[in-house]
Design a protein around this ligand. Structure first.
Ligand SMILES: Nc1nc2c(ncn2[C@@H]2O[C@H](COP(=O)(O)OP(=O)(O)O)[C@@H](O)[C@H]2O)c(=O)[nH]1
Ligand SMILES: [Mg+2]
Length: 244
């Protein structure tokens, strides 16, 4: 049976990357593959480029326009809900900037077919790696973030902060996206935590996480603060203790 797989790509000023990443995604030998771009009114015209791509690929590429930059977590919540409402069996989260290799899509889908509800495109499972261009400081920061989250929340995965994830429809339904609070990048951690609490089977497929190809990072200090604070909030909320 062909599963309908929708790759959700949140974009904010990714005009150079978007056509290239979409082309590479659709070049994968995956039946039933679609793309949903969630653009937050990018001033660089990414939304218009997405509309043109949707016009030339009807029924394969779709666009969700939101009016303002409203955070990665909120963009994903809207996009993933739409993908499920439109009939997706599997939903993939992927960045527009080529950090997440489209070649991993097939092995990730295979892992879902074997019964995983969440498949992480993982930098830290054996065989995974980071771009050699990443300096020591960035490597240590990423490792530290993973260790920090795992120590507080105990999520059973090697890469808890990963942004490249595949979800089955059933896993998303058992989490209930409406309950997810994170507006920014801590969405990634919150989703994995809720999945592990809901008993979702988690698998990891090793990836090489590449350096962004074009454009600039949208990581901000506000996003980092939310990410530092969210594990404590989640722990207080779900495991008793003082409500944060
Ligand atoms: N729609 C939307 N996309 C966003 C937002 N923030 C980041 N993104 C997108 O999320 C993906 C990851 O962001 P990126 O800047 O590469 O983060 P980094 O890899 O941690 O530096 C990219 O495709 C961004 O364009 C946002 O507020 N709204
Ligand atoms: Mg990036």
């Amino acid at each position: 049976m062909t599963l309908k797989t929708v790759v959700v790509i949140p974009t904010y000023n990714e005009v150079e990357n978007l056509p290239r990443i979409v082309q590479e995604i659709l070049g994968q030998d995956v039946p039933g593959l679609g793309v949903l771009v969630v653009d937050d009114g990018s001033p660089d015209g990414t939304g218009e480029v997405a509309d043109k791509l949707a016009e030339t690929h009807p029924g394969v590429i779709d666009v969700l326009h939101r009016t303002t930059k409203d955070g990665l977590g909120r963009a994903y919540r809207a996009g993933m809900s739409k993908a499920i409402a439109d009939g997706a069996d599997l939903v993939v989260q992927m960045d527009a900037d080529f950090s997440h290799p489209p070649t991993a899509l097939l092995p990730m889908i295979e892992a879902a077919r074997r019964g995983a509800g969440l498949v992480i495109g993982s930098r830290y499972t054996p065989g995974g790696s980071l771009d050699e261009a990443w300096g020591l400081h960035r490597r240590l920061l990423s490792r530290w973030a993973n260790f920090y989250v795992k120590t507080i929340l105990g999520v059973p995965a090697a890469d808890v902060t990963a942004g490249f994830n595949l979800w089955s429809k059933g896993a998303l339904e058992s989490i209930d996206l409406e309950r997810v609070e994170s507006s920014g990048y801590s969405f990634q951690v919150e989703m994995k935590y809720l999945a592990s609490r809901a008993g979702v089977r988690i698998a990891e497929v090793p990836i090489r996480f590449a350096q962004r190809v074009a454009g600039t990072s949208k990581m901000s200090i506000g996003v980092q603060l939310e990410s530092a604070w969210m594990p404590w909030r989640l722990r207080a909320k779900h495991q008793g203790g003082v409500q944060a």
